[in-house]
Design a binder for this molecule. Structure first.
Ligand code: PLP
Length: 486
């Protein structure tokens, strides 16, 4: 027991030792329980490095009783925080299967093929044309980095500089333009790419939280006149705070006029672009040079899955290649007769990861199971939930909607019957949200809209129902009444 000798032959028994705990977890009966029990599982788990192994049975029992039972209820029907969700059964099992059947994405395997196939499906699902090339990475953070790396490569090659090889030239400050509501991974990408976080010009937004294109134009013109190199304009297709969609068609015009790259950050919102009724809001999207989408958001693949698409994958290669590595270099000859005679598409040279799990199988599993139609139904249902909550807030005398949702994020707050100034409303709603978490099982998070604190559910979980939406509105009023009464 407790050595590598015991590593074979008990997979089914091992899985069965944990599955009942997982089934119980997925009932989400008491989502605050792990936090309340924190001292107990901390004491059980935070122990010294074991000198001798406990063996498989004891480890799996502890996994079931102490770890699984005290997880994070992101997949719960009433969890609507941030923009994240848990996978349903099929992609979760696909992830488990991949861990065992193909721990890496490369070489000749069905998993490797599904990288290519699912990237094609995902592009079609999101309404991208078939001239794009994709690569998976761990999340929107890295996906944005890759896209902006390609943009940086493009911008400097136009000045005769291979920036991936030679680095940034002195005296040519590079700029990225993104709205104040854009995700701050854009700033981090700029830092990693050597532009610096302050190399991102933060463009103010209008009353709908969309980028001010007049200000953007003025900023680019001033920077160009001052000798800066515009690297990219970022259009957000679904902001993280409120789900706003930037005017992509106008951004495409501006980018074209300045011969600049347009990057669409659709980490959250891009799957909505394939919906007929949403098409007008994504107008101009195909005129961009790069896009990202996080299947671990609306597709609910399980976390660790994003895709970057570009028109010219060689830009990614020139930006991110690790240059030839001797231990990867064995070329195939003729039809592959062993798994390692062919590497497949060199995704490792189009990003920043060499070792990486197959992620295409997750996207494949979701789309194979429910199809484009099922995914579109999900997106439509979730947008409907955000509108429903907003509508309920409009109708209720003590609720207020702070946005009109474009996607599946709603921003609402409680307002007592007596008039209350904004700072006090902020404090009241903060306390309301804490009590909501502790006492109701509803788990939205918050944001700030035009300086006002908002309770901000994002509906992207596969398990939400309309009753959860109505329940959330009712609980906000009840808890708000209680907080307001003091
Ligand atoms: C979530 C999000 C990101 C970051 O993605 P991660 O997967 O969390 O790294 C970037 N941009 C937008 C618009 C997002 O919503």
């Amino acid at each position: 027991m407790g050595t590598d000798a015991a590593q074979t032959g008990h997979l089914t028994a091992a899985a069965l030792a944990v599955l009942p705990a997982l089934e119980r977890w997925l009932e989400f009966t008491d989502v605050a329980a792990p936090a309340r029990r924190r001292d107990a599982w901390r004491a059980a788990l935070d122990v010294d490095l074991p000198e001798k192994g406990a063996g498989a049975d004891a480890t799996l029992a502890e996994l079931a009783d102490q770890v699984v039972a005290n997880g994070l209820p992101i997949g719960a029907p009433r969890f609507t925080g941030f923009i994240t969700t848990g996978p349903p059964t099929v992609p979760a099992v696909a992830q488990f299967a991949a861990a065992l059947a193909s721990p890496q994405r490369y070489a000749v395997s069905a998993f490797n093929l599904l990288e290519d196939v699912s990237l094609r499906w995902l592009a079609q699902l999101c309404g991208l044309d078939d001239q794009v090339a994709g690569v998976y990475s761990s999340g929107g953070s890295v996906a944005n980095l890759l896209a902006l790396g390609a943009a940086r490569q493009y911008a400097f090659e136009r000045h005769g500089i291979d920036v991936g090889r030679d680095g940034l030239p002195p005296g040519m400050p590079a700029r990225i333009y993104a709205s104040a509501e854009a995700h701050h991974t854009v700033q981090r990408s700029a830092a990693v790419l050597g532009l610096g976080r302050d190399g991102v010009r933060s463009v103010p937004v209008d009353a709908h939280q969309r980028i001010r294109t007049d200000v953007l134009t003025a900023m680019i013109e001033a920077d160009v006149a001052g000798g800066a190199v515009p690297v990219a304009v970022v259009g957000v297709a679904g902001t993280t705070n409120t789900g706003a969609i930037d005017p992509l068609d106008t951004l495409a015009d501006i980018a074209a006029r300045h011969d600049t790259w347009l990057h669409v950050d659709g980490a959250y919102g891009l799957p909505a672009a394939g919906l007929g009724e949403m098409a007008a809001r994504f107008d101009g999207m195909r005129r961009a040079q790069s896009w990202i989408v996080d299947p671990h958001k609306w597709l609910a693949t399980g976390v660790g899955c994003a895709a970057t698409y570009v028109r010219d994958p060689l830009l990614l290669h020139r930006c991110f290649t690790q240059t030839p590595a001797a231990y990867l270099a064995m070329p195939g000859r003729g039809p592959a007769a062993s798994p390692f005679e062919e590497f497949g598409v060199h995704y490792d040279d189009m990003g920043v990861e060499l070792s990486a799990p197959p992620r295409g199988v997750l996207v494949w599993a979701v789309l194979r199971e429910i199809g484009r139609e099922g995914l579109h139904d999900r997106v439509r249902r979730h947008i409907g939930y955000a509108r429903r909550l907003t509508e309920l807030a409009h109708r209720h005398p003590r609720l207020e909607a702070l946005t009109e949702p474009e996607l599946s994020v709603a921003c609402v707050r409680y307002r007592p019957a007596r008039p209350v100034p904004d700072p006090e409303l902020d404090r009241l709603n903060e306390e309301l949200l804490r009590r909501l978490w502790r006492t109701t099982g509803h788990l939205p998070t918050s944001t700030v809209v035009d300086g006002r604190f908002a309770i901000r559910p994002c509906f992207i979980g596969v398990r939400h129902s309309e009753a959860d939406v109505d329940g959330l509105a009712e609980r906000i009023v009840e808890v708000g009444d209680a907080v307001a009464a003091g």
